[in-house]
Design a binder for this molecule. Structure first.
Ligand code: PHE
Length: 335
């Protein structure tokens, strides 16, 4: 009988703290208790068997209590407002998989770091915007043919998930107006997701990231813009680069340019292999005016381009679709 008491106390204690309490009912200790019956004097067997059965019932109800407790604990511990982890404890992944930042996140941070060190303020772009910011304030009049070039999505209410980070230009200019008029300058980058109604292939995604720069002062020049961009690209790739521009049309800049770099030999490039990296130009006077900035007194430049393409060149990634594929083999290359 002493033995039954000991087993009972031990098993109840284990059940009370176990994450899999039902497994405890399968332990050999319980079977052994039953096998002891045959060794007992006949007159003791009945009482002993009864005690073992009682013990089984007690343990069964302890298991049910514990299972209920575990179910409730799981429900309570999912706090969707918690910043990270459960009950302030970090999430436990597999011992070998501690998780990591997505390569686009860390590279975007890297890009923003470079611009903030150059004195640019960084502002995240919006995920949902309107015609006003996507087109009207950027000098696309209502029936402007260049509107079609942006393959915009539209909600039923007429909102637009932005097709470029230029949707932030008008806000940046308006916010910076006071600073400009008190003798300062506007220097900001905006970054974030953009959306285009495009067929997806190795070099096109419907959702991707852009980073955009806006600079305004009384004396801004194209030369300053090219110096800024050269400096950014040389810092990002950690080497000297050949750069060139060619004319391009965007309603919100005049002149408008495409900015290209020669693919560095260190990254597998051949001489004369040019890669177009972004669109840029001097901010159109109408865009300054739309933000209430006197375009006869102030001038500015802006640029904007995709983040994935920067990262693909840096790491030799051949297919844009890898980024959103969720493939661990791809993501582990960036650990
Ligand atoms: N927004 C343009 C695009 O996505 C790029 C651009 C930005 C061009 C700023 C000029 C100035 O195509």
């Amino acid at each position: 009988m002493q033995n039954i008491e000991t087993v009972r106390n031990n098993l109840l204690a284990s059940i009370a703290t176990s994450a899999t309490p039902r497994e405890i009912l399968k332990l050999p200790e319980l079977k052994q208790l039953m096998s002891v019956i045959a060794t007992l004097p006949v007159e003791e067997r009945g009482a002993y068997g009864k005690s073992v059965n009682e013990l089984k019932q007690v343990l069964e109800s302890a298991v049910i209590d514990r299972e209920t407790e575990l179910d409730n604990a799981t429900v309570e511990s999912i706090d969707v407002t918690a910043p990270w982890g459960i009950n302030n404890k970090p999430l436990q992944l597999l011992p070998t998989e501690n998780g990591s930042q997505h390569p686009l996140t860390s590279e975007l941070e890297n890009v923003i770091d470079i611009f903030t060190r150059m004195g640019f303020e960084a502002i995240e772009s919006r995920q949902i915007d309107d015609d006003e910011h996507m087109f009207a304030t950027l000098n696309f009049h209502e029936n402007h043919p260049a509107r079609d070039g942006y393959d915009t999505f539209r909600t039923e209410e007429g909102f637009i998930p932005p097709a470029h980070t230029s949707t932030m230009q008008n806000r940046i200019l308006k916010n910076g107006k006071a600073k400009l008029e008190s003798g300062g300058q506007i220097a900001a980058v905006s970054y974030g997701r953009v959306y285009r109604n495009e067929d997806v292939d190795a070099t096109h995604e419907h959702t991707f990231y852009q980073c955009e720069g806006v600079f305004v002062s009384e004396t801004a020049t194209l030369g300053q813009m090219l110096g800024t961009l050269r400096s950014f690209f040389e810092t990002y790739y950690g080497q000297k680069l050949q750069i060139k521009t060619q004319p391009a049309y965007f309603p919100f800049v005049e002149p408008g340019l495409e900015f290209a770099i020669e693919k560095p030999a260190a990254l597998g490039g051949k001489p004369g292999e040019w890669l177009e990296m972004l669109g840029c130009g001097m901010i159109h006077p109408n865009v300054l005016q739309a933000a209430g900035i006197d375009s006869t007194k102030y001038r500015g430049f802006a640029w904007g381009g995709g983040v994935e393409r920067l990262v693909m060149l840096k790491y030799g990634i051949e297919d844009l679709r890898h980024f959103e594929s969720g493939k661990l083999a791809f993501l582990r290359k960036f650990l």
